[in-house]
Structures are given as C-alpha cells and as structure tokens.
Design a protein around this ligand. Structure first.
Ligand code: ADP
Ligand code: MG
Length: 305
C-alpha cells in the first residue's frame, strides 16, 4: 500500500462524512473483533425524560424537581439536561444555587437555601454510591423505593442534603431514555461482519440489561455501574483476553477509553473531548454510521492493497 493511496482512502472517508485520523486507522479497522458501545447517547438517544418524582421529606413534587434543576443547571450531563428542561416554573419551585461542583460518574452538588432555613444547605443530586461517599445514606425503606424505581428500568437519581440537621435523602427522580430507532439493526450488522458487541455504562444493571435485551447484546457482554475510570479498565480487560477492541462513545467520560481502545470511534454529535480522543469520527448520531465507517474503512483498505 502506498501512503498516497491510503490518504486517498481517508479523503473518500471525508466525502462520506467520516473523519479518519490517519492511514493506520484503516488497518486498525481490519484487526478489531470486539466493539464496545457506550450506552447513553450512543445506543440510546441520550434524551431522557423525567418520568417520576418521589419526595421523601416535606418537599412537594415540584419543589424536589425545582431543587434538583437548580443544582443540575451547572451540568451538561443528559440527566441534567432532562431535569432542567422539564423543571416547573412556579415560584415555590424556584431555588438559587451557588458553589456548583461536579463529580464525573457520580453527580452534582451546590449550595441552596432551603425553605424555612436561613443558612445554605449542601444539596447533592446523583447516584446512590456517590451520595454514600458524601455521607448521605439511604434507610432500608428508601433503598426499597430506589430498587422499585430501578426495577421499572429507570435511571433513578437521588437528591440529598447535608446541613445542620444532618445528612438525609430528600427524594428520588426517575428518568427514562429510549433506544435509538436504528441501534438494533446496526448491532445486528456488527454481528454479521463478525464483530462482537459489548455494552458499557455508568448506569445501573437493570437499565443496562433492558437496553442490551432490546438491541440484541448478550447478558454476559454487559458492563454496568462502571465508573468513568472503569471504562478504561473494561477496555483493557477485553484486550487482556486477547481481543482487538473498538470503543464507540460520545461523552467526556468516554475519551480515555476511546484513546485506550485499539480503535476509538466518536459520534460527531458528541463532545469535542471525545472527538479529539478518537481515531474515527462519524458525522451525526446514528450507530448505523459507525458500522458503515468500519465497513468502508475495511473496503477502502482492500482496494488499496
Ligand atoms: P453514562 O455515560 O453511562 O450515563 P456516567 O458515568 O456519565 O455514565 O454517569 C453514571 C451515573 O452517575 C449516572 O447514571 C447517574 O446515576 C450519575 N450521574 C452522573 N452525572 C450526573 C448528574 N449530572 N446528575 C445526576 N446524576 C449523575
Ligand atoms: Mg455517555
């Protein structure tokens, strides 16, 4: 293969809406046998809807939602977008948040003055494990309600508070995502060209299992409740089993795993950080384009050879 020919291949990619980092990438598409797919935003639309609000203390539904929205206003996570976009606009649900902080794969926090209090409370919105690290633990009854929400296939997010009255959970919000219309067909095609799909997510096991079943990924090929750092470990684990791994993702959290994989593929609809870490970027947001990009790159290489 001549370098000129290979570059012509990458130029053809550009015409078809693919950005291919360099000629070596075409070779890499030949070797891969496993394709790790980030769930949120890659297999699913990443456009969540708030489907249930369950306050535990004396907050009304609207207040729980408004409080979470105030804290999430500083985050770009799809969970934050969903909570903020659907927040009620009534005055009693309006809160002012300051000193925003974010923990990747955990959640967000901020200072908020709660009704009937003169002092700011620290408010946390995120997943159970992260709130526990911040000293906010669920009672047995609260844990049952969280499990019930997750059993519905929801991404359940907790709101918790730490102030003079002590750490406590103030409610659960359930969010639901939807699988993109083309994802199941794209995953079927991946199998047809001899690639094994693996699902990787920071989300809980029930949600992951439900999505996997919907798109035809085997239960043993699902990695759930994975921390952002853990995404790299999952790729390395598969590589350690002798697999040649492509990773497909869109989020900031996916960038290290995209860089670690033998082939990193970013969705063009995703974040700049993911695109920078990737070998191939497909325009748009459809998983089918990822499969097309692999097929095209392989074919381009065989024309050159
Ligand atoms: P994924 O990309 O698979 O959704 P993340 O690592 O981004 O995974 O998030 C993992 C989990 O951490 C989420 O399912 C959620 O429970 C929690 N989380 C992360 N960011 C936020 C946020 N901004 N608000 C609430 N929860 C969050
Ligand atoms: Mg993601």
């Amino acid at each position: 293969a001549t370098p000129v020919g290979l570059l012509a291949g990458t130029g053809r990619g550009a015409q078809l809406g693919l950005l291919i980092r360099g000629p070596q990438v075409l070779e890499d598409t030949r070797r891969i046998d496993t394709v790790v797919l980030d769930k949120t935003g890659t297999v699913t639309a990443g456009e969540l809807q708030v489907t249930a609000l369950e306050p535990f203390g004396d907050l009304a539904d609207d207040q729980l939602h408004g409080l979470a929205a105030a804290v999430e206003a500083g985050s770009e996570h799809p969970i934050a977008t969903a909570i903020v976009a659907s927040a009620p606009s009534v005055p009693e649900a309006a809160f002012t948040a300051s000193n925003f902080a974010s923990a990747a794969g955990g959640g967000v926090s901020a200072d908020v003055v709660l009704p009937g209090s003169g002092e700011p409370s620290r408010v946390y919105v995120g997943q159970e494990r992260w709130l526990a690290e911040e000293g906010i633990k669920l009672s047995a009854a609260e844990r049952d309600r969280l499990a019930a929400a997750q059993a519905q296939g929801a991404t359940a997010v907790l709101a918790g508070v730490v102030d003079a009255a002590g750490p406590r959970v103030v409610g659960i919000m359930s969010l639901q995502d939807t699988v993109k219309p083309g994802s199941a067909a794209a995953i079927k095609r991946l199998r047809e060209i001899g690639l094994r799909p693996v699902l990787l997510t920071g989300d809980n096991e029930q949600v992951a299992a439900q999505v996997a079943a919907e798109v035809g990924i085997a239960p043993e090929d699902v990695f759930a409740s994975v921390l952002p750092e853990g995404k790299v470990d999952a790729v390395k684990r598969l590589q350690g089993e002798g697999r040649q791994v492509a990773m497909v993702g869109d989020g900031v959290n996916d960038a290290p795993a995209l860089a670690t994989a033998d082939l990193g593929i970013a969705m063009g609809s995703g974040t700049d950080v993911a695109i920078e870490a990737a070998d191939i970027t497909v325009m748009g947001s459809e998983l089918g384009q990822v499969v097309t990009s692999i097929e095209l790159s392989r074919k381009t290489l065989s024309i050159i050879k």
